[in-house]
Design a protein around this ligand. Structure first.
Ligand code: DON
Length: 577
């Protein structure tokens, strides 16, 4: 097996902070690296400042949710392409008692949204307005979701969790190689929004380079208001006013009352099982949990361990299982407040056995043969969501994935707020009734309606066995997300791998349409040739997803944090001296 190593972790072992011991007897140190013991608590995410801030909260005795809130606000400053307060996501919480909740803070369509709002006069998708400016902005859910989670689980004061992010925005951070690359990749479109350009580009209009200082004063003010005023400051106060005014000026449909009406929803997690392990994940409006459980149920009938990790036999089956789950995704799934999906049946073992019977272990099944009347897919998505995993010393766990949809969302900053706005409306099926093999899904469950949440693929997941915490996982990557999580989960369960080895396993994805298997660069040529000989059209990609996990360490029963190094990544861990 080959391991992917894309970027040397330059900050490794470079940050060691002494944290005030508070009322505890021993001084606690926060260490930031790429791998760390999780027994005293850790935060695993894409960026080291945010990992450190989250771990400091744990060192002060915070609950995993406190650390998650602090990390999420910090990432809005330090990883602005996806960390956000202008987007939305999902937080799966499992306490050491076994109680679990799924906080749905997905964005909602504004009241004035219509099913065809992104079609031009010729009935084609308006490529600009579906992605850029204020039109594709869904009502943001992040502040409401973090607030809701904190109300339920928080131990430390809210303002103390927001304030570190505010200070980072005010003092500025040094742009590192990953952030410089991210800004550079979006610079042309960020330049279309003067507010965004003023923050992320230099005076000549070029992207801030590595080594430059990124100071975000408007965002610092916004975070200061949220630190003091909580949820209401964002949805009902001056921030809402600024966002709504700017939306009106710039062709959006989101209003002050859309913001005031936004609510996060706490749902029951989806619970499945796989080879004796319990799998907790999310119900609609994300498809991630259904797809993951369906794929696992199909795979349970095959002996992946005997095939060997990353063998052609195994990768073929991972693809075939996902292909089938993605068909049901398109047929059935959407916002549960608007459509009733047969989630119990889709995640049922007997149904998986029916699907399994159609899998040929030696041949790819053409998607057309399975899909019948359903053609199509969504446009390919990038990697620009972000996931983080947290455990605290009591064994409470948080798996959080949140997003602006595309990298840098709508490439739009609401005037005077510093808030990068999402383009999540893009996740609806924007061509109602019209699907194409290479282009889009137009199926009904996920068409636009006022107040509706757009279907997601995000898949925060937590695995337990006999009540013991085994794995906390998730990833960005649009529709590849459940496939990435599936790879990590099967790596740990079927192959008995450590968190590090499971994260490093090469990944594949099949999403029904386009009818092709995407394969990471680390999959060797002979395995690729074997997959192609089974009838898969292969699409090579350098890297899929960015899974920051807590999972098994080398020692039996020990948990470690393992950052995915495909992009950047850091573990902030507490240790007791
Ligand atoms: O909710 C979703 O599934 C997508 N908006 C996630 C997007 C993503 O992971 C990366 N994006 N382009």
């Amino acid at each position: 097996m080959r391991i992917i190593t894309l970027r040397p972790p330059a900050f490794l072992a470079s940050l060691t902070l002494l944290v005030a011991a508070g009322c505890t007897q021993l001084p606690k140190t926060v260490v930031v690296g790429t791998d760390a013991d999780a027994s005293e608590g850790c935060v695993v995410c894409v960026e080291p400042h945010a990992a450190r801030i989250g771990a400091e909260v744990l060192a002060r005795g915070g609950h995993a949710v406190d650390a998650a809130v602090a990390t999420a606000f910090a990432l809005a400053v330090t990883w602005p392409e996806a960390g956000n307060i202008g987007g939305g996501g999902f937080m799966l919480v499992r306490e050491s008692s076994g109680d679990a909740a799924f906080v749905d803070y997905r964005e909602m369509a504004p009241a004035a949204a219509t099913p065809t709002m992104f079609l031009d006069a010729a009935g084609e998708v308006d490529a600009h307005h579906v992605r850029l400016g204020f039109r594709p902005v869904g009502v943001p859910g992040t502040v409401a979701g973090l607030w809701e989670a904190h109300q339920r689980y928080g131990r430390l004061p809210w303002s103390e969790l927001v304030d570190p992010a505010r200070r980072l925005a005010e003092d500025g951070i040094v742009v590192d190689v990953a952030l410089a690359g991210s800004i550079g990749g979006a610079a042309e479109e960020l330049a279309l929004c003067p507010e965004a350009a003023a923050i992320f580009l230099d005076a000549t209009g070029a992207a801030l380079a590595e080594g430059a200082r990124l100071v975000q004063l408007d965002l610092a003010r916004t975070l200061g208001l949220i630190a003091q005023g909580g949820r209401g400051a964002f949805y009902e106060g001056p921030i809402a006013g600024r966002i709504a005014d700017d939306a009106e000026k710039r062709g959006g449909v989101m209003t002050r009352s859309d913001l005031a009406a936004y609510r996060a929803v706490v749902r029951e997690p989806l619970v499945g099982s796989y080879r004796g392990f319990s799998i907790l994940c999310g119900p609609p409006p994300t498809s991630g949990g259904c797809v993951l459980l369906q794929a696992l149920n199909i795979l349970e009938g095959f002996d992946l361990a005997a095939m060997g990790a990353s063998s052609a036999d195994e990768l073929h089956l991972l693809g075939e299982a996902s292909r089938r789950a993605f068909l049901d995704r398109a047929r059935w799934l959407g916002d549960p407040d608007f459509v009733t999906a047969p989630v119990d049946r889709l995640t049922d073992k007997a149904y998986a056995a029916e699907l399994r019977a159609s899998v040929d272990p030696r041949r790819a099944t053409p998607s057309d043969r399975l899909a019948g009347d359903l053609e199509g897919t969504l446009p390919l998505e990038g990697e620009s969501t972000t996931h983080f995993s947290v455990v605290d010393r009591d064994g409470n766990a948080v798996s959080n994935t949140y997003t602006l949809e595309e990298s840098w969302g709508a490439k739009t900053v609401a005037a005077g707020t510093g808030v990068v706005m999402n383009n999540e409306m893009h996740d609806f099926n924007v061509t109602p009734g019209r699907s194409t093999r290479t282009g889009r899904v137009g199926t009904a469950p996920n068409t636009i309606a006022p107040g509706k949440r757009m279907l997601s693929s995000m898949c925060p997941a937590i695995v337990t066995r006999d009540e013991d915490l085994i794995l906390v996982a998730g990833s960005p990557g649009g529709r590849t997300i459940p496939s990435t999580v599936l790879r990590v989960v099967t790596g740990v369960i079927d192959h008995g791998l450590s968190a590090r080895a499971a994260v490093d396993l090469p990944r594949v994805h099949h999403g029904l349409y386009p009818d092709r298997l995407s394969v990471e660069g680390a999959i060797d040529p002979s395995t690729r040739a074997d997959l192609a000989a089974r009838g898969h059209e292969l699409r090579a990609r350098e890297a899929q997803g960015d899974a920051h996990v807590v999972g098994p360490g080398a020692r039996v029963g020990a948990l470690v944090g393992a950052a995915d190094l495909r992009r950047a990544g850091a573990v902030g861990a507490v240790s007791v001296d």
